[in-house]
Design a protein around this ligand. Structure first.
Ligand code: ACO
Length: 428
């Protein structure tokens, strides 16, 4: 494409190439702007800045489209397994039967974590948030696998590191919960599928077996697929930027985990349930809380509402809402929180404040209600998000490393003091 963008500054015209993606998304490549003109661009929160070109996930926030490697999220959520979707995201194509089997076997063989890591868990206070524990544990994996330290060592080493991480994350996640309730750790059972194995490590006890209800495993499979990737969100961008320093995969993913933890990002799923509980305990007056969310002098926000990119609807939220009704129905659960959530959604969607700002329920508005129905403790909700998002982070990290992307290093506009002389303390 020969299209260029012209930009006039101080009477001089500069030309920049226009880049077009496969879905006709257009961008102006301003990477030479500073060299040519001395100017940089300023875009706090990167609301209008593309940080990379990527072939992994396409989303159109206006039309509510989300596709992994071209496949619509609706089809993947209904028909695929999480392991298959992980393969798709990481390797770029749907696996053949043999590829899927080999992938599954490799992941199954790496589910144990080094026994010494158990001592790390035991050193944390019981009240430690499992996200803090999980991020540290994932980073600690790098200390056990020195061959992972150079991300470019060989494709084989890279693959083993990726498989190890996918295999060990459910073990570490479940153990961070077991540790918080000071229950004995349950070892993985390799005959179980990915989701059932995680549920076994969460809920089995040495005294009592736990065989996951297939309804619950299936629901978890769907939730993990819906969370598996979401292009350049806060945690994914973090993973790519941290990885761009050529630190190892474990450290890059640990950074992604901590970015996800915040309540404006993945931590919203925990905040939504806490908010619904608060509204319920306060008598369930939805209008009162809507007013609070609209009041600029009140720090309260409607958690699980709004999205940086989706401005009409979040397709994941549409699927999750349906799943939520179906799962509660199948499990015979009547949760008053679901009624409050639906009322909040209805009132907000008819309210000018939310309408004019294009604020709609996001993926996290209903996911917490499903996790609650699956008996996942509230503090583990964001850990569940980590389980889902892992293959996306890995795929994005791999794309960045293999594409030889430069180190991420934004610029700034300095607004501090001009040069001044140091004043000795006795003269201040
Ligand atoms: N409740 C009330 N008002 C809101 C909300 C909300 N949940 N979200 C946005 N607004 C308002 C803002 O106050 C702002 O109003 P103004 O124009 O009058 O100042 C306007 O809508 C735009 O909001 P911004 O915060 O500027 O939008 P941004 O794109 O920066 O933030 C975000 C998006 C962080 C998701 C925001 O909507 C939010 O805080 N939502 C609640 C937290 C949440 O659910 N996060 C999960 C997102 S999904 C995910 O990460 C997996």
């Amino acid at each position: 494409m020969s299209e260029t963008a012209k930009f006039e500054l101080d009477g001089q015209v500069y030309e920049f190439p226009v880049i077009e993606g496969t879905e006709n998304e257009k961008a102006i490549d301003i990477s030479s702007l500073r060299g040519k003109s001395g100017y940089i661009t300023l875009d706090p929160g990167f609301k209008n800045t593309g940080s990379c070109q990527s072939a992994i996930t396409f989303l159109d926030g206006e039309k509510g489209i989300l596709r992994y490697r071209g496949y619509p999220i609706e089809q993947l959520a209904e028909k695929a397994t999480f392991i298959e979707v992980s393969y798709l995201l990481i390797y770029g194509h749907l696996p053949s039967t043999k590829q899927l089997n080999d992938f599954r076997i490799s992941i199954t063989r790496h589910t144990l974590v080094h026994e010494d890591m158990k001592q790390f868990f035991e050193a944390y206070p019981a009240k430690a948030h499992p996200m803090g524990v999980l991020a540290s544990m994932v980073c600690s994996l790098s200390t056990f696998y020195p061959e992972s330290l150079d991300p470019n060592r060989s494709d084989e080493d890279k693959d083993i590191t990726i498989h190890r991480l996918l295999a060990k994350l459910p073990t570490l996640a479940a153990w961070s919960y077991k540790n918080s309730v000071r229950h004995p750790f349950m070892y993985p059972k390799n005959k179980l599928d990915y989701c059932s194995n995680f549920l076994h490590m969460m809920f089995a006890m040495p005294t009592e077996d736990y065989l996951a209800d297939p309804i619950i495993s299936k629901a978890l499979n769907t939730l993990l697929i819906l969370h598996a990737d979401h292009e350049q969100n806060c945690s994914t961008a973090t993973t790519r930027v941290v990885g761009s320093s050529r630190v190892n995969l474990y450290a890059s993913i640990a950074a992604g985990i901590t970015a996800l933890w915040g309540p404006l990002h993945g931590g919203a799923n925990q905040s939504v349930i806490e908010m619904l509980e608060q509204i319920q305990n306060d008598g369930g007056d939805v209008d009162k809380w809507i007013l609070k969310a609209k009041d600029k002098n009140d720090s309260f926000r409607l958690m699980g509402f709004g999205h940086r990119v989706y401005k009409n609807f979040d397709p994941r939220a549409t699927i999750i809402k349906k799943e939520c009704d179906a799962i509660l129905d199948k499990l015979g659960i009547d949760d008053p929180m679901l009624d409050i959530a639906k009322k909040l959604e209805k009132v907000a969607l008819e309210d000018d404040y939310f309408k004019s700002r294009n604020l709609y329920p996001n993926v996290d508005f209903y996911s917490g209600i499903i996790y609650k129905a699956l008996k996942i403790p509230t503090e583990m909700f964001t850990v569940m998000f980590v389980l889902g998002r892992l293959p996306g982070w890995i795929a994005q990290w791999k794309e960045m490393i293999e594409g030889g992307e430069p180190i991420g290093r934004p610029r700034q506009v300095y607004t501090g003091e001009n040069e001044r002389d140091y004043v000795p303390i006795e003269k201040r």
